[in-house]
Ligand binder design. Structure first.
Ligand code: ADP
Ligand code: MG
Length: 258
C-alpha cells in the first residue's frame, strides 16, 4: 500500500480566531528531520489531539511551540505575536502557554498550595493572598483542595498530575499543552486526570493534547492530527479519523492501539 499525498493542514472549520499558528516549521536533530514543514493552526477554544507512533516528533512539536526547542525555519505565533527567541517577551509569551508533561514536575520541597501559588506571585506579580484564594479554587476544581498542605510525595500520581494542571492554570494561560499526561500513571488513576481535562475542554480552554487515550479524543477533541516521521499526515475530526483513517500509516497505527 502507498500513502495518499498528505492533505494540507486545515482548520476543520473551527469558528474561533487563530491562537497558535505554525507555518512551515522545520527542525533537525543532526541528520534527523524531526519536524518537516509543519503547518498547524489551533483556534481559540479548540481542542486538538495529536497522536502518532513513538518517535514521530509529538513531544518536539510541543516543546517547539513553547520555545523549549529552537527551530530552523518557519514561523510560530501565539495570539498573532511571533514567539521571540529570548528575553522578557519570551517569558511573557511562554507564560501564556501552559504545559503539562508526562512526569508531574512538581516542586518536591514545596507544599501543594505553594506549588500552585509560586508562579503567579513570582512571574505574574499577583499578591500572595489573592494567589492563595485562586489556588484553592483551582485545587477545588481538580479535586485536591483537601491535600493543599501536603507535599507532592504524599499524593498519588493521579493527584500530583491534577495539581500540575492546577499549577499551569494558575498562570492564566491562553493555551494548554499536554504531552502524554496520563502515560506515567497507574491505570486506575488515568480517568481522574482525563475527567479534569474533559472539564477543562468543556470550559472553553484551548488545548493541544498529545495522547493515545482514544476515549478522551472521542469525548473532547474537535480535531485529531496524526503525526508520523516528523510530518502531519492527517488532520480530521475524531469520528472520521478513527473510523476512516486515510493513510496506510494511520491505519497501521490504529490497528496496533485499538
Ligand atoms: P514522540 O514524542 O512522538 O515520541 P519525540 O519528539 O520525543 O517523539 O522525538 C522525535 C525524534 O527525535 C526521536 O527519534 C527522538 O529520538 C529524537 N529526539 C528527541 N529529542 C532529541 C534530542 N534532544 N536530541 C536528539 N534527538 C532527539
Ligand atoms: Mg513524546
Amino acid at each position: 500500500m502507498t500513502d495518499p499525498t498528505p492533505a494540507p493542514e486545515e482548520s476543520a472549520g473551527h469558528s474561533g480566531v487563530p491562537l497558535v499558528v505554525l507555518e512551515g516549521v522545520n527542525k533537525h536533530f543532526g541528520d534527523l528531520h524531526v519536524l518537516q514543514d509543519i503547518n498547524l493552526t489551533v483556534h481559540e477554544g479548540e481542542v486538538l489531539v495529536v497522536i502518532g507512533p513513538s518517535g514521530s516528533g509529538k513531544s518536539t512539536l510541543c516543546r517547539t511551540i513553547n520555545r523549549l526547542e529552537t527551530y530552523e525555519s518557519g514561523r510560530i505565533s501565539i495570539g498573532g505575536e511571533d514567539l521571540p527567541e529570548e528575553g522578557k517577551a519570551l517569558a511573557r509569551l511562554r507564560a501564556d502557554v501552559g504545559m503539562v508533561f508526562q512526569s508531574f514536575n512538581l516542586f518536591a520541597h514545596k507544599t501543594i498550595l505553594e506549588n500552585v501559588t509560586l508562579g503567579p506571585v513570582k512571574v505574574r506579580g499577583v499578591k500572595a493572598d489573592q494567589a492563595k484564594k485562586r489556588a484553592m479554587e483551582l485545587l477545588e476544581r481538580v479535586g485536591v483542595a483537601h491535600q493543599s498542605a501536603k507535599y507532592p510525595a504524599q499524593l498519588s500520581g493521579g493527584q500530583q498530575q491534577r495539581v500540575a494542571i492546577a499549577r499551569s492554570l494558575a498562570m492564566e494561560p491562553r493555551v494548554m499543552l499536554f504531552d502524554e499526561p496520563t502515560s506515567a500513571l497507574d491505570p486506575e488513576m488515568i480517568n481522574e486526570v482525563l475527567d479534569v481535562m474533559v472539564q477543562l475542554a468543556k470550559s472553553g480552554m484551548t488545548m493541544i493534547v498529545v495522547t493515545h487515550e482514544m476515549g478522551f479524543a472521542r469525548k473532547a477533541a474537535d480535531r485529531v492530527v496524526f503525526m508520523a516521521d516528523g510530518a502531519i499526515v492527517e488532520s480530521n475530526t475524531p469520528e472520521e479519523f478513527f473510523t476512516n483513517p486515510q493513510s496506510a500509516r494511520a491505519k497501521d497505527f490504529l490497528g496496533k492501539i485499538l
